[in-house]
Design a protein around this ligand. Structure first.
Ligand SMILES: [Mn+2]
Length: 420
């Protein structure tokens, strides 16, 4: 399904008057609204190729209908999201779940929707059909160098796929670790992993980045070989200036101060990318902003402040899974939550905050933060969407245009997205 320009225009026409009133109200309270709207309009968030179908838990999966059964259909779905939001003009591919058979045709299709290819993701956390050696006891950390070699070769292959599509980064997330004390020599596991990553790094094109993503636990429950930001930073520092840490919101132990981690990684010039989701207990993969929007806002404050100071460019991506919602509606909500947190951090009186900090006026610091957080910035985001030719209210438009019904009509009720 392709959303027509006239559909969006009709939707916007219906909601324009109400929108204008709300925008005038906030423009009265906030300085530099024009600049902020342009910044919001420029923000692009990559959608992962695995987030377009219904996810599941280890207990079951309750699929909806009209899921994209091919990479081409996944690109069409992101095209649909991008037409509605104007902010999701990038796709992050997972290999081998989404191998482009004809890179030229796939790239042309994506570009017809205004979509570019963000970081490519490798997978050595599960065994594929016809795979020679098993990753049951790890991949890059493995005690057998043949397994390590297989993992390295896979990552080099992923870079080749990415090159053909115009990607400029590879994200490496390893499930390597141990589930029981005594199972692993921590130091050897680290050294093996570093050596394997170095082999991949040496195959990196000079204009590419490598993101080393960490996770505190799961699937291993005693140790993870890239378990926290300290380990991730250590690998990135040892690998070289094309290697960076990648922060995934759900990959921390409960109550971790993620905003502080972000601030220090940016200070070191070693934050490369960000995976958005939300959680209450662990790696819950919930919709961005659904549990703790204040934390998301505090993180964005550090991202905006850090990027302003250092001029660093980050890769933004949603990394979530949708078990009971329509995956596309869930992604629309996630994109909105990210833009809300971004906009709130842009309207923050950062000079006032700095002054209050210097005067140790703790009360004023909190007042300024919460003034920004409690401002309804949604009209600014809607205005940015209008500028991008997208919909004032994406979810309303998605439902009015009966997008899911159309997708089911086109694809049927039994399709299953690859990788799920
Ligand atoms: Mn992730």
């Amino acid at each position: 399904m392709r959303i027509q320009r006239s559909d969006i225009e009709q939707h916007n026409h219906q909601h324009l008057e109400g929108h204008r009133k709300k925008l005038a109200f906030i423009a009265d309270q906030v300085a530099d609204t024009e600049k902020i709207i342009n910044q919001i309009a420029a923000m692009q968030i990559a959608i992962p190729s695995w987030a377009l179908g219904t996810g599941g838990t280890r207990f079951g999966r309750f699929a909806g209908g009209g899921e994209p059964g091919t990479l081409e259909q996944k690109i069409e779905d992101i095209g649909l999201l991008h037409a509605l939001t104007g902010s999701s003009g990038a796709i992050s591919l997972h290999i081998p779940w989404d191998i482009p058979k004809d890179a030229t045709a796939v790239a042309a299709l994506a570009s017809s929707f205004g979509i570019r290819f963000d970081a490519v993701n490798s997978n050595t956390f599960q065994d594929q059909k016809d795979q020679k050696l098993s990753y049951k006891f790890g991949s890059m950390q493995h005690v057998d160098r043949h397994v390590r070699k297989q993992a390295i070769d896979h990552n080099l292959q992923v870079i080749e796929y990415g090159k053909a599509l115009g990607s400029k980064a590879i994200t490496v997330w390893l499930s390597d670790g141990s589930s029981f004390p005594g199972q692993l020599d921590f130091r050897k596991a680290f050294e093996n992993t570093l050596e394997s990553l170095q082999s991949v790094y040496s195959g990196l094109p000079s204009n590419w980045k490598m993101f080393v993503e960490y996770k505190a636990f799961e699937p291993n429950f005693y140790s993870m070989t890239v378990g926290d930001w300290g380990q991730s930073l250590l690998y990135a520092q040892k690998l070289g200036n094309q290697a960076y840490a990648l922060v995934d919101l759900g990959h921390h132990l409960p109550n971790a101060n993620i905003e502080q981690i972000v601030s220090l990684l940016l200070m070191e010039g070693k934050l490369g990318g960000f995976h958005f989701n939300d959680s209450k207990y662990g790696d819950d993969d919930l919709t961005v902003g659904s549990i703790n929007p204040y934390q998301l806002f505090l993180i964005f404050n550090e991202l905006v402040a850090g990027m302003d100071r250092t001029g660093q460019d980050l890769a933004w991506m949603i990394d979530a899974s949708h078990n009971i919602k329509d995956p596309l509606e869930d992604l629309l909500q996630s994109v909105e939550a990210i833009l809300v947190a971004y906009a709130q951090s842009l309207i923050l009186d950062s000079r006032g905050l700095e002054q209050a900090r210097n005067e140790n006026d703790v009360v004023r610091c909190q007042e300024l933060l919460q003034q920004a957080f409690r401002t309804d910035v949604r009209p600014l985001i809607a205005e940015a969407r209008l500028k991008n030719g997208a919909a004032i209210h994406p979810i309303t438009a998605f439902r009015t245009l009966e997008c899911r019904k159309n997708l089911i009509r086109e694809r049927g009720t039994e399709t299953k997205a690859t990788g799920l």
